[in-house]
Every structure is written in structure tokens, then in C-alpha cells.
Design a protein around this ligand. Structure first.
Ligand code: XMP
Length: 321
């Protein structure tokens, strides 16, 4: 089945919401459905549509993989609690860190995350529950890029002709398959989601793993998490498309309190872009760059060097892994 794009200029949010709520209700009937919420705009929008259609018959899970930004699980649960939606948090950090142990190749790191999520954690929840309907936030760009072979999105199955009912025993419902991100943001707003969800900068599925060069350890995740907090606090007001901190593998010589300190390096990236397909570095002021360096080296004491990436995409990518 070929999906047709619904362009933002043709989108009437209220009509779209009413249509999708009816479609989900008609498909699921009196049965139960399940979905995974990450707190990103797509999965949050699907969660809202699903709860409007099914109420408590939609079971929503947040998989805490231990790889997210500071206080992310608590924040997501609290936002949805205020909206009257219960989110079941599943602690799964042990299994994700053990899947990542010893893995240094970027694609293998991504593969480890996908496999752990779909086979071992969320897949198990779905299989054990016996629930036959799975709601997913697959969007039009995911489908387009997967079909074109640019980026394999794990959530695009039926579009590739894989019969999920036959293969996994469940049907996938993808209410956002016709929309691109700006249209989804508009629907999210119309559904009553707060600005901190519908206006959020993109954040990758593999979470902070996309920002750690080399093997991923708890310690490195903690380091990049602290640097990310500083970068987000300092750059959220500059109007950029996305901004992030990357932890390098190589160490460099630094000096602290008059003594040699062989320490870590953090690279800051800040992007101007409209669709993430191409991008250029935001022209940040030296004052801003200095403040970033000051704060990162003070608040993350293992770091002795902070750099700013001045490369465009392409040939760079937005994330490092
Ligand atoms: P790259 O690094 O490929 O990123 O230039 C393009 C945009 O996609 C985001 N990104 C991801 N999003 N799953 C996602 O949902 C992923 O595996 C993933 N990898 C990158 C990235 O943050 C940027 O906005």
C-alpha cells in the first residue's frame, strides 16, 4: 500500500484528528492496543490520538534505556500525568548497557539499540501482553527515506511489504504516516500537547549513544549528559534547528591548578537547518562560545578541551554516530 503525503497547506488539524481517532477506534474495536512513548513529538502525538480513541485500552510504555538526557523519564511521565495519561515506565538500562558493551562501530551501536528495543524490551512487553495492535509514530519522511534506502527506520515494516500480523502476530497502526514533522507539530499543538513537546528540537532515537565516539559506558553517558545540559541551557534561545554535545574518545593534555591534566574533549555542534537533510553551523558569537567552554570545563571536570564544529552537512552529519 502506497502512502500519500498530506501536505501542511492541506492539513486541517481538527479534521485530521477526528479522522484518525475514528480510524483507530474502528480498527481496534473493543480490544487493547500498546505503544511506546519516547517524549519526542511523533510518539507523543500518537499517544494523544490513541488515548482519545481508546482511553485506558491503550497501554503506553516509556522504555528507560539509561541513555537519555537528564531527568528525561521523569519529565515525560509528569507531562503526560498532567494530561491525564498514565505512562508505564520500564527500567531497562542494564540490558541496553550490556548490549553496548565492547561495541565501537557506529552502525553496530545503532543496531544494538534497535535490536535491544524491538526484540528484548518492547517486543517482549508486546508478546507477553498478547495485545494485537501496536500504535507507532512512523512519519512520511521515515517511509520515504527507508524506501529510498537512505536511512533504515526500524518502525517502517508494513510499507516494505512485511506482514507484521503473520510475522509477529500484531497489526501496526501508523496514524502519522502521511505527515512530515512540521505538520505533526501542528497536530500536536491542536491536541493540547505543551510547547515543550510540539516545539522540541529533534533528538535521535539512539539517544546520547549518537553523541559518544567509541565504546559506550555509563561513565561516558554521564559525561555527555552533563555537557548536553549546559549546551541546551546556553543555546536554546539562539533560534537554531538543533544543538548538541559530542564526547570524543581521544584524550588531550590540559592543565588544571598548575598541574598536567590529561582529559576528555567535548565538541559542540549547533545547526541551522529546515529539514536536517542539509545544515550549516550557526554563527554563534564568541561570547557564547566562551561561555560554553567555561561552563563545560567547570561543570564537567573531566573535560579539558571544548571545540565548535564549523563543518556543513554534507559532508558532516548532524549527529556524530
Ligand atoms: P544525521 O546525523 O543523520 O541526522 O544528519 C539527521 C536528523 O535525524 C536525527 N537522527 C535520528 N532520529 N533516529 C531518529 O529518530 C535516529 O536513529 C536518528 N539519527 C539521527 C538527528 O538528530 C537529526 O535531527
Amino acid at each position: 500500500m502506497k502512502t500519500e503525503e498530506l501536505r501542511i497547506e492541506d492539513l486541517v488539524s481538527a479534521e485530521f484528528i477526528a479522522r484518525k481517532v475514528k480510524e483507530i477506534s474502528d480498527t481496534v474495536g473493543d480490544a487493547l492496543a500498546v505503544n511506546a512513548l519516547s517524549g519526542g513529538v511523533d510518539s507523543s502525538t500518537v499517544t494523544m490520538l490513541g488515548h482519545r480513541a481508546l482511553g485506558d485500552r491503550l497501554r503506553t510504555y516509556f522504555i528507560d534505556n539509561g541513555l537519555m538526557r537528564e531527568r528525561e523519564p521523569e519529565r515525560v511521565v509528569s507531562i503526560f500525568d498532567h494530561l491525564g495519561i498514565k505512562v508505564n515506565v520500564v527500567r531497562a538500562d542494564e540490558i541496553f548497557f550490556s548490549a553496548l558493551k565492547g561495541v565501537t562501530d557506529p552502525e553496530q551501536k545503532r543496531e544494538a539499540i534497535t535490536r535491544t528495543f524491538y526484540n528484548d524490551v518492547f517486543g517482549r512487553i508486546v508478546r507477553d501482553s498478547g495485545i494485537r495492535y501496536l500504535l507507532q509514530g512512523t512519519n512520511y519522511t521515515d517511509i520515504e527515506e527507508t524506501v529510498a534506502g537512505i536511512k533504515r527506520q526500524h518502525n517502517v515494516l508494513e510499507q516494505l511489504g512485511i506482514d507484521t500480523k503473520e510475522r509477529f502476530g500484531y497489526s501496526i497502526i501508523e496514524p502519522l504516516a502521511q505527515l512530515r514533522k512540521p505538520a505533526i507539530r501542528r497536530v500536536a499543538k491542536a491536541l493540547g500537547l505543551p510547547g515543550e513537546i510540539y516545539d522540541r528540537p529533534p533528538f535521535p532515537g539512539p539517544a546520547l549513544v549518537a553523541r559518544i565516539i567509541g565504546e559506550v559506558t555509563r561513565e561516558k553517558v554521564e559525561t555527555v549528559r552533563k555537557a548536553t545540559k549546559v549546551v541546551e541551557e546556553e543555546l536554546s534561545g539562539v533560534g537554531a534547528f538543533q544543538f548538541l554535545a559530542i564526547l570524543h574518545e581521544d584524550k588531550v593534555t590540559g592543565v588544571r591548578e598548575g598541574r598536567r591534566d590529561y582529559g576528555q574533549q567535548v565538541e559542540v555542534r549547533c545547526w541551522d537547518s529546515t529539514d536536517a537533510k542539509t545544515g550549516s553551523p550557526t554563527e554563534l558569537s564568541y561570547k557564547t562560545l566562551h561561555r560554553l567552554a567555561e561552563r563545560i570545563t567547570r561543570e564537567v571536570p573531566s573535560v579539558v578541551s571544548v571545540t565548535y564544529n564549523i563543518t556543513r552537512k554534507p559532508p558532516s552529519t548532524i549527529e556524530a554516530v
